[in-house]
Design a protein around this ligand. Structure first.
Ligand code: NAD
Ligand code: MG
Length: 392
């Protein structure tokens, strides 16, 4: 990547937590990057404000076409060009006016655009871990064929990416150690977890994130998805992945090499750092991200994960081992179950239970096509709804 000519960046999901942080990063790096495209699914006021403040060439609303969207499309022509529909995002990626795609859409909704970026040889700064969970094999193959660079934004995977880069070759990796905060309920008695409210689950101690990933963090489904993400990104055997609870979220993850040496990446919890690194790699540039204050005493703790408290994590390892259609089924079941929890229809602890049940009786295939994955995604969503009707 040349830093002389500005790289053209698309931020998909610019109205979300990662999207807003990505815009902040870009606003500090205007010589190296220009904003080609932003997209949001709803919150048109925020999208409008982003157009005015950041002046992207193109702004796309991907949510349903409503009268509010019509009014937005007909709005002032003083700021960015406005369009509607995910197909406009995909066309823009395919047309070649974009160099880097920041994939910050939540859920499987981000898969099509991640695949388009990988197929067309873009740099894919990947926050949307669900793309790899559902279709890791297809996404990695597409990137390999086109020469697309897939750079992780997820803080743990960015830490591993940085640690491997600073260390030695892939062959010398003994283990990847993913750190987990343990979420907001990590100190609750296990028997109380079933009574956790939506507010309890959303009160994350160290990270300020979107609702879905925050609930995933409370159940540790987030780490389960990250185990699968790590398997694909680093082409590593799941047996070589460990998860430890690290409550301070300062060590973002570690790589243990075959001689026993461990290389870690540390920084305060601030997503602007991994987002920026995915943009500037292999360069490093000054960043707006918070820095460590070395004049303060810090304590860095870690402890093993209690599988009884976090049954979702075991599902992640199981899915990483089995591969095939399992990722699509787990991801879809979890997306629906999290939404049902947020609507107050199921308990937090039922998320892992329903995911396990749906996974256990799905029609497994080891090397599915994209169509098969999409069919199983829909099947899994229907199964969760059926499960709820039977059990609730
Ligand atoms: P968020 O809910 O804050 O934002 C999601 C964005 O996606 C919004 O812009 C929304 O408009 C858009 N969106 C929602 N549904 C859509 C759809 N159907 N089609 C197109 N766009 C849609 O989520 P977030 O916390 O920013 O997370 C985004 C992704 O990044 C997730 O995959 C998450 O796992 C990953 N991630 C987030 C963090 C974090 O700190 N927030 C850290 C690591 C990874
Ligand atoms: Mg993470």
């Amino acid at each position: 990547m040349s830093i002389n000519k500005p790289s053209r960046v698309a931020i998909l999901g610019s109205t979300g937590s990662i999207g807003r942080s990505a815009l902040d990063v870009l606003s500090h790096l205007t010589e190296a990057f220009e904003l080609a495209l932003i997209s949001g699914h709803e919150r048109l006021d925020e999208l409008r404000e982003q157009c005015v403040r950041h002046e992207p060439k193109l702004a796309v609303v991907t949510g349903p076409r409503t009268s509010a969207v019509d009014a937005w499309l007909a709005g002032s022509s003083l700021d960015s060009q406005r369009q509607h529909g995910m197909s406009c995002v995909i066309d823009a990626i395919r047309e070649g006016e974009i160099d880097i795609v920041v994939a910050a859409i939540v859920g499987i909704a981000g898969l099509e655009s991640s695949l388009a970026a990988a197929q067309t040889g873009k740099r894919l700064a990947l926050a949307n871990k669900e793309s790899l969970v559902v279709a890791g094999e297809l996404l990695m193959e597409a990137a390999k064929r086109s020469g697309a660079e897939l750079i992780p934004v997820d803080s743990e995977h960015s830490a591993i990416f940085q640690s491997i880069h600073a260390g030695r070759s892939h062959r010398e990796i003994h283990r990847l150690i993913l750190t987990a905060s343990g979420g907001p309920l990590r100190d609750w008695p296990i028997e109380s977890l079933a009574d956790a409210t939506v507010d309890d689950a959303l009160a994350h101690p160290t990270w300020n994130m979107g609702r879905k990933i925050t609930v995933d963090s409370a159940t540790m489904m987030n780490k389960a998805l990250e185990v699968i993400e790590a398997k694909w990104l680093f082409q590593i055997n799941p047996e070589q992945i460990e998860v430890v609870i690290h409550p301070q979220s300062i060590i973002h993850s570690m790589v243990e090499f075959c001689d026993g040496s461990v290389i870690a990446q540390l920084s305060p919890p601030d997503m602007r750092l991994p987002i920026q690194y995915a943009l500037t790699y292999p360069e490093r540039m000054n960043s707006p991200a918070r820095k460590m204050d070395w004049s303060q005493a810090y304590q860095l703790d870690w402890k093993p994960v209690d599988p009884e408290r976090y049954p979702a994590l075991g599902l992640g390892f199981e899915v990483a081992r089995r591969g095939g259609t399992c990722g699509a089924v787990l991801n879809a079941a979890n997306e629906v179950a999290v939404e049902l929890f947020l609507q107050g229809k199921i308990r937090l602890t039922e998320i892992a239970t329903v995911c396990r049940s749906v996974l256990a009786h799905h029609d497994f295939s080891p090397s599915p096509t994209l169509d098969e994955l999409m069919r199983l995604d829909q099947w899994s969503r229907n199964e969760v709804s059926r499960w709820i009707k039977v059990t609730c």
